[in-house]
Design a protein around this ligand. Structure first.
Ligand code: TYD
Length: 220
């Protein structure tokens, strides 16, 4: 079972990830939590290259897309596929849809070609469920983040609006894979929304059904 979390900057994916994993683990699932870019030795090097605000090096959106894709290819091979093959639930903070939203809608790299790059980099591995944490761009950018990335530091509001709109359009185009969760609520409300989204795929993995029942019993 492969679950991805997507959303604009500051949507709270990184806070949700350990909480959701905890719910699933307490219910007896093996859970691998991971994030992009990063999560492998190569990916962490790429992460510094693509996200650090210094040094300021000019890059095209296409160059960015290929760097993210290189990190993703390694991530799929080293972490995601082995986890899935063991039967674990893999929950990943950002994946291919982030490239489509940021490099595609944000930076203007042609979407169809970008989709081909994603298929190539991932070997066609598509999430079973993508939870989109949606909130107004200004609310997301206003939230304090531990690390200010190049995308937050140098891209304007219009860029981030295009990113948000793109995520919403992907969700509308693939309603079976996507679940939209309102990210303006508090952590408990966002977790409840994510758990409700997982319910949709629970029938495909017995441990998920058991995990959700256990979470509900605890919530009373
Ligand atoms: P990160 O610090 O992980 O931000 P967040 O907590 O908001 O996810 O930084 C990831 C940044 O990289 C974020 O601004 C989105 C961007 N990004 C892309 O532009 N393309 C991609 O393919 C991925 C995975 C991330």
């Amino acid at each position: 079972m492969f679950i991805t979390l997507e959303g604009p900057d500051g949507s709270g994916k990184s806070s949700l990830l350990p909480r959701l994993a905890d719910v699933l683990r307490r219910g007896g699932c093996e859970v691998v939590t991971t994030r992009e870019p990063g999560s492998t030795p190569l990916g962490e090097q790429v992460r510094r290259l693509v996200l650090d605000t210094e040094p300021r090096v000019d890059r095209t959106g296409l160059a960015d897309a290929l760097l993210f894709a290189a990190s993703r290819a390694q991530h799929v091979a080293e972490v995601i596929r082995p986890g899935l093959e063991r039967g674990a639930v893999v929950v990943c903070d950002r994946y291919a849809d982030s490239s489509l939203a940021y490099q595609g809608a944000g930076s203007g790299v042609p979407m169809e070609e970008l989709r081909v790059v994603q298929r190539f980099a991932t070997g066609g591995l598509v999430p079973d469920l993508t939870i989109l944490l949606d909130l107004p761009v200004e609310a997301g950018l206003g939230r304090k983040s531990a690390e200010v990335t190049r995308f937050e530091a140098f891209q304007d509001l219009a860029y981030h609006e295009r990113v948000r709109a793109a995520f919403l359009s992907f969700a509308a185009a693939e309603p079976d894979r996507y679940a939209i969760v309102d990210a303006t609520g508090d952590a408990a409300a966002v977790l409840a929304g994510a758990v409700a989204a997982v319910r949709r795929v629970a029938g495909r993995l017995p441990c998920l059904g058991a995990a959700l029942e256990a979470a509900e019993a605890r919530a009373g």
